[in-house]
Design a protein around this ligand. Sequence first.
Ligand code: SPD
Length: 348
Amino acid sequence: MKKTRRGMTLAVGGLMLLGLLAGCGPKKPVLHIYTWSDYVKPGLVKEFAAAHGCRVVIDTYDSNEAMYAKLKAGARGYDLLFPSSYMVKIMQDQGMLQPLRHELLPNLNNLDPDYLAMAVDKELAYSVPYTTTITCLGYLGSRVEDVEASWAMLDRADLKGRMTMLNDYRETIGAALKFLGYSLNTLDDGELAEAKEVILRWKRNIAKFENEQYKTGLASGEFLLTHGYSGDLMLVQEENEDIEIVVPREGSVLSFDDMVIPATAQQVELAHQFINFILDPRVAAEMTEFIYYLCPNQPSYELLDEEIRTDPILFPPQEVIAKLEMIHDLAEGNQKYTRLWDEIKGSE
Ligand code: SPD
């Protein structure tokens, strides 16, 4: 099915600096946002800037860890970030975030209670869910035979060198753990050792670990199968209608990317206004339709196109949801995963 709702050229790639200068003037306040790429509808950002007499500057990252490392290295000046929930917990524990002022967020009531029940920060003390992601496999329907909705696809000899996996230690170790039937938050050394062997085998069969080029690579046919994020894979279906998306039957990752205000933010009030703007049902619906990630905003659902409202990746059936697991902050246990990832990256 060809998707053309966005009516614009796909913009993917590395770090982008997007200055939206709606009615700009030298004295206007500037809201600095640091978020994932392809994660906002430019028209909505312009609308916000015009309504609030400000400029909005957007800088992008391709993993939670890249964002965290940049902040830890001393990057200041961001007013709003979009980490996944496990990273919110890490940053919150390290004093990197500031508490949210709920009196500035009247639209919080619109959050979908079903998703809120799964949130890590249920009180919304430091974070507000922006979107949900399911980590999936995307492939070219006419080029890959005998497809199974399984992580076992990464072992297929006929796809050798034509597949990618995410360069993201929790996602990729998580995929191997799910393939083996384990929790993707396990701290069991034996299970982690088995996962390492699986990823080393996959590593020999794939082209690379990568977070951005897989999108255009799949659309162009350079890659035949890629491990990637649901909305990004749906986005590239616009470029190539041969792309199919599956959630592996062994289970996968469900993520929330949350809106948080760093402790060092300069434009705290404007950041709250932006969060509240996103929580408006009309804005949330437009965002979902543009980025293909679900904004878990209940009253927005009835505003969505029928095609989006019935999409099984955006609104998965209960039996799929039941197999998904969220990544949790494992405190000291995180080191087991970083060590394992270093060993995987360092070996042939
Ligand atoms: N292009 C936007 C990608 C963001 C998807 N969410 C990432 C979740 C990581 N666990």
